[in-house]
Design a protein around this ligand. Sequence first.
Ligand SMILES: C[S@@+](CC[C@H](N)C(=O)[O-])C[C@H]1O[C@@H](n2cnc3c(N)ncnc32)[C@H](O)[C@@H]1O
Length: 246
Amino acid sequence: MSEKAKTHFGFQTVEESEKARKVGEVFHSVARKYDLMNDVMSAGLHRAWKRFTVEVSGVRPGDRVLDVAGGSGDLSRLFANKVGPEGQVVLTDINASMLAVGRDRLIDAGKAVPALQCDAEKLPFPDQYFDCVIVAFGLRNMTHKDKALAEMQRVLKTGGRLLVLEFSQVWKPLAPIYDAYSFKLLPIMGKLLANDADSYRYLAESIRMHPDQETLKQMMLDAGLGKVDYYNLAAGVVALHKGWKT
Ligand SMILES: C[S@@+](CC[C@H](N)C(=O)[O-])C[C@H]1O[C@@H](n2cnc3c(N)ncnc32)[C@H](O)[C@@H]1O
């Protein structure tokens, strides 16, 4: 009998078929407190990283933008401002609880952004459809990152850009303090603010298992993008990769 394929869920090794369910439990649990936790954990810095992403995207009025794993919709809202009424932004996420938060926030902000539940590994869009695809803090949670990247590349127009904003490898001298923060403080904050220490333990572990800057760059090239650059933000706590479809 053939061995079942394995992958990581944080530091645990799990069957591939199990990972999406476990990730789903994390985001169903944290959805309502997700935005508050982001602000507290990053001391508001995630807002600057997201604004920087929009600036680097080269998106213009009238463009079509896909927000993959868009959750509570921060990037969709910023891109909706950028593309204006002639453009289009689509918010997508695999998780109904996260998507509901995102959809409600966009409605409250007066943005006409459709919200669609789908898996990044099987995007329900035609080839060559979007000017820009963004995935922020989502790729790390996906079971087959290569498939998801290939799908994002497929739906981009030639000349379009794929932006991957994700936790990455921090500058080595800062690693001890960053580890102490992630493994000791984060779960306590998760417990106090979201009544969920485990999900924030998973966050810290999943960051350590995620490919570093150069590895992710190579994965994006392997997915078919013609050129990839990246920016380290906050000493590599986060990296923004930008790939062009050529
Ligand atoms: C940390 S949140 C990021 C939300 C938002 N992009 C942001 O930057 O605030 C990660 C999101 O990835 C979504 N996700 C995980 N696996 C996915 C998949 N295979 N396809 C689509 N979304 C996925 C989760 O449901 C969750 O909403």
